[in-house]
Design a binder for this molecule. Structure first.
Ligand code: CP
Ligand code: NVA
Length: 300
């Protein structure tokens, strides 16, 4: 049997993804009760970070501790990865020593090459194209607050970036309708959108896109690696802030999510971010529980 990786939400069956969400909720409850659950005794997760992280690093590292295993933080600054050792060679060597590997990097193709040469599961901890682990947490959070997301309407407001691409995949796998409000020139990748065409559509006007929505989601205007474009993007996205006026278009019980880190008064007003419809802190915490469900699934 070939090794099961998690590079995008398309790598797992829809039924498996739903089971992971159910399991994440159970694991959260186990943690809340202070019960011990250590199925990953003697297992090691290697974590390669080419980009910064707070949530992803801490949730994976803490997750492995909770599950009875161990995590190693690997930075290109102090490994041979940063000195030009071939990805293929690194994948062969690392996967002969650790049991599972998480990678956060720029190019999605690099993660695919790594996975093709790895004998252990590879988890995508964010690339320029996708952020599937965040979607597990987002789907768990919606489920906890509102039940099944099937048939609901979700509005993505902002850049057609890695998070937006993972929302398109989630719309297909979890069977919801996704409206994408982005400025012209900042649309999601055409191929990814085409693959999700039965579930996702672009509606450039953010107020129209937010109408009757069950969930409003946004993200930073300039992602990691796009710092130089910050000023140009502030101009391009100025009408795409999630604020009280935008939230009023959605259903009265609509939720607000943001993967964080957030830039207050840019992509989201402080009022919405800190307001009663915002579930961002649950969403951040759920990275831990959703990924624990994923680690458990891939390793046991
Ligand atoms: N949401 C998210 O992935 O956060 P970090 O960049 O802090 O890991
Ligand atoms: N789109 C953002 C997400 C950060 C978690 C980025 O790639 O920087």
């Amino acid at each position: 049997m070939s090794t099961q990786h998690f590079l995008t939400l398309r790598d797992l069956e829809a039924s498996t993804l739903k089971a992971l969400i159910t399991r994440a909720i159970e694991l959260k409850s186990i943690r809340r009760k202070g019960e011990s659950h250590e199925p990953l005794h003697n297992k090691t997760l290697g974590m390669i970070f080419d980009k910064s992280s707070t949530r992803t690093r801490v949730s994976f590292e803490t997750g492995m501790t909770l599950l009875g295993g161990h995590a190693i933080f690997l930075s290109p600054r102090d490994t041979q990865l940063g000195r030009g050792e071939l990805i293929e060679d690194s994948a062969r060597v690392l996967s002969s020593m650790v049991d599972i590997i998480m990678i956060r990097t720029f190019s999605h193709e690099l993660v695919e090459r790594f996975a093709a040469n790895s004998r252990v599961p590879i988890i995508n901890g964010l690339t320029d194209e996708y952020h599937p682990c965040q979607l597990l947490a987002d789907m768990q959070t919606f489920h906890e607050h509102r039940g099944s997301i099937q048939g609901k309407t979700v509005t993505w407001v902002g850049d057609g970036n890695n998070m937006c691409h993972s929302y398109i995949n989630a719309a297909v796998q979890f069977d919801f309708n996704l409206k994408i409000a982005c400025p012209k020139g900042y649309e999601p990748d055409a191929k990814i959108l085409a693959a999700g065409k039965n579930h996702a559509e672009i509606i450039h006007n953010p107020l129209t896109a937010a109408r009757h929505s069950d969930l409003i989601v946004t993200d930073v205007w300039a992602s990691m690696g796009q710092e130089e474009e910050q000023k140009a993007r502030e101009l391009a996205f100025k009408d795409y802030q999630v604020n009280a006026t935008l939230m009023e278009q959605a259903k009265p019980d609509a939720l607000f999510m943001h993967c964080l880190p957030a830039h207050r008064e840019e992509e989201v007003s402080t009022e919405v971010l800190e307001g009663p419809q915002s579930v961002i802190w649950d969403e951040a915490e759920n990275r831990l529980h959703a990924q624990n469900a994923l680690l458990e699934f891939l390793l046991t």
